[in-house]
Design a protein around this ligand. Sequence first.
Ligand code: G4P
Length: 193
Amino acid sequence: MDLLRQRILKEGIVLDGNILKVDSFINHQIDPVLAYEIGLEFYKRFSDLKIDKVLTIETSGIAFALFTAYHFRVPLVFAKKHQGKNMLEDVYCSKVYSYTKEKEYTISVSCRYVYPGDRILLVDDFLANGQALLGLIDIAKQAGASVLGAGIVIEKGFQPGGKVLRNQGIRLESLVVIDSFKDRKIIFREDEK
Ligand code: G4P
């Protein structure tokens, strides 16, 4: 997606540890026009599918998942990382290990919002090691729902998540794939052709 690529080149900052800082339009401040276009792009790429629900994980995936759900005219459900007092009902849970933060956390989704037979599209902002998406797939499985695809805004192609998910047969659509941060320069997959 050229619009996104240009924005990353203009505002993205490569930090130590192969982390791309995109706080000015994705992870802290969010550009609603870009988020709308991203949702539309996912809608176009998955328009051959009959989707019942979009599923993401809090926090940064929500904006992109919301616009995707808007275009499909279906609900957005986000997995919670913190169990609030108002979540006393039955929940599906999965443990997710974050390599970036070096800790394990539990994600949960109420049984009231994902049903057996639901056709689910996953959406998230980053795909790195893939642990967050694997957690969402686990929750869908527990609910008896099926995951028809996953839309990713930025895939870090040099980390294993993309391969792990594609090997599981997940239809993955990444709007940009970054192959490396060579001398802090962002190299997109197509650049290497
Ligand atoms: P995984 O989800 O693919 O397994 O990745 P990992 O455990 O390595 O990442 C943990 C968190 O860091 C995730 O967000 C993920 O989106 C984010 N992340 C990974 N690589 C980058 C990067 O290069 N740049 C940025 N900006 N984020 C990255 P999270 O903790 O769930 O955060 P949030 O959604 O609550 O904001």
